[in-house]
Design a binder for this molecule. Structure first.
Ligand SMILES: Cc1cc2nc3c(=O)[nH]c(=O)nc-3n(C[C@H](O)[C@H](O)[C@H](O)COP(=O)(O)OP(=O)(O)OC[C@H]3O[C@@H](n4cnc5c(N)ncnc54)[C@H](O)[C@@H]3O)c2cc1C
Length: 471
């Protein structure tokens, strides 16, 4: 740690989204000069903004990510819930059709997720981070290149709103500019070797729309119909998230050959041809609030900064590891990465030689766990791009499918899968003898013939008055 006699390190964060603001929280104990450079204006409310187009799609924040954010910025959870976000228990608060069938809902809570608009998630984090003394926002400014040598980054050239370009020196530069990051090119311009990159693209297209929910969304479940990669058709999937303001955020998706479009008249029809028409049936009872928005840039893309030998520079969040959004891990992996950065910084001098590389390795760990989950499942869809999954991937997929089928009626299996899916446990737990045994034993009960609905959920579906809950 820096001693009081030394000047305190200056930190420059590129990108003021979720990762950028969390990085500020992670490094705040070590610096009283943290500048966040953000290209677009950031609203001081939970409102849509430029620079975050993905906020128009459903964003699940799993407990692994929510807990990491709360530990970096205590009080954020309370802000979310007071602003109308829902804390949904899992698995019991989800109506979910997995490739192995409908999950039962009689189990106790194993984990939870935060169900809210992405604008609300980011607003609370941003408000908290920007209130930290020493953290400053350079709004409507952008980096044009990095400064430094072939082994150390020493700052960035920043273009301000008025067009002037300033060379800003820093002891540590964090790149949090997301999927479209230019950092790989900027590093090679300094003479560094190219950063290795891995891309796995299942060709997923998203189409999303907000609805006025036909029911009070308090206590309302997340509804989720998943694709089954074993079927010889493109994988189509959908989710209804109850968000703040009595709305549903609905996202539908399809892999190559089965993509949804932005045509509003086709939205419900697309949901109806999925493995279950349940989402379409609910949408028929709800009022659309706007147009359909489409997203196509969904490939898993990993930039292996942890292998690069560079000091003074760290990449966090999507700029380092961007994930297929289907599994909802991007925000959680970024938050766990920021927490890992904070924990490492607690016992290190953040300006020391090798710190950035160690930090990048620590950040890569949770991202790699999410990467393996996404790529493992996406491998099954790669045949649509003319690629064949490897034998190991096929065997792993068979095991996971067996486990998912078991989990529809076995709490041991559903608890383990839930812990892994929420990034509260690594995938290694799925190889624990107890879980292997459960998978060998298989399902304990016959599969459900349809979703397990409460009387209120059934009433909404049938357009009947919703019974008032008994106290
Ligand atoms: C359709 C879709 C659905 C998704 N669903 C989920 C989900 O359910 N759960 C989940 O956890 N994740 C989900 N994700 C992933 C999630 O959106 C990302 O993982 C997350 O936004 C990463 O945060 P970030 O801060 O790293 O990047 P971003 O959120 O992209 O933020 C980057 C920031 O940098 C700024 N910026 C960019 N370039 C510059 C520049 N040159 N100069 C200055 N500023 C710049 C941008 O304006 C922005 O503020 C989804 C993504 C998509 C596309």
């Amino acid at each position: 740690m820096a001693t009081t006699s030394q000047p305190r390190p200056r930190v420059l964060i590129l990108g003021g989204g979720l990762s950028g603001t969390l990085a500020a929280a992670a490094l705040a104990p070590h610096s009283d000069s943290i500048d966040i450079v953000e290209r677009h204006p950031l609203p001081d409310a939970a409102k849509p903004r430029r620079g975050l187009p993905q906020a128009r799609h459903a964003h699940m924040l799993w407990s692994g990510g929510a807990d990491a954010i709360e530990s970096l910025l205590p009080g954020t959870m309370d802000m979310w819930l007071r602003a109308g976000a829902h804390r949904v228990p899992i698995p019991n608060g989800m109506i979910s059709l997995s490739p192995g069938g409908w999950y039962r809902r009689c189990w106790p809570e194993a984990q939870y997720l935060i169900s809210a608009s992405r604008d609300l998630v980011d607003w609370a984090v941003r408000t908290q981070a920007l209130a930290i003394p020493g953290v400053r926002l350079l709004s409507e400014a952008e980096p044009v290149r990095l400064l430094g040598t072939r082994t150390r980054v020493t700052g960035a050239a920043i273009r301000h709103r008025d067009g002037t370009v300033e060379a800003r020196e820093a002891d540590l530069v964090i790149d949090a500019t997301g999927r479209s990051s230019h950092a790989p090119g900027w590093l090679t311009e300094l003479g560094m070797p190219a950063v290795a990159e891995t891309v796995v693209d299942a060709g997923v297209t998203y189409a999303s729309r907000r609805y006025k929910a036909p029911v009070d969304t308090t206590g309302w479940p997340v509804i989720n119909v998943q694709a089954d990669a074993r079927l010889a058709v493109a994988g189509t999937a959908g989710t209804i998230l109850p968000i703040e303001g009595g709305e549903w955020m609905v996202s539908l998706s399809g892999t190559r050959g089965g993509e949804p479009t932005s045509d509003g008249t086709q939205f419900t029809a697309f949901a109806r041809q999925m493995r279950s028409p349940l989402i379409a049936d609910y949408l028929a009872r709800a009022e659309p609030l706007g147009p359909v928005t489409v997203a196509r840039n969904t490939a898993n893309r990993r930039r292996h900064y942890e292998k690069a030998r560079v000091d003074g520079f760290i990449a966090l969040g999507d700029s380092a590891t961007a994930l297929n959004p289907l599994y909802g891990h991007g925000m959680s992996a970024a938050a766990q990465g920021a927490r890992a950065l904070r924990d490492l910084a607690a016992n290190s001098d953040i300006t020391s030689k090798g710190f950035a590389r160690r930090a990048q390795r620590a950040i890569a760990r949770p991202a790699a766990a999410a990467w393996l989950l996404a790529v493992g499942q996406d491998a099954a869809f790669l045949h649509e791009a003319g690629k064949k999954p490897k034998l190991a991937d096929r065997l792993a997929a068979r095991y996971v499918n067996r486990l998912i089928t078991t989990a529809c009626s076995d709490f041991t299996a559903v608890e383990a899968l839930t812990d892994v899916m929420t990034l509260q446990a690594s995938g290694v737990v799925l190889a624990h003898p107890r879980i292997l045994l459960a998978a060998i034993r298989g399902p304990r009960l016959a599969p459900l013939s349809g979703p397990a609905l409460t009387s209120a959920e059934e009433a909404v579906l049938l357009g009947r008055p919703v019974p008032t809950p008994t106290p």
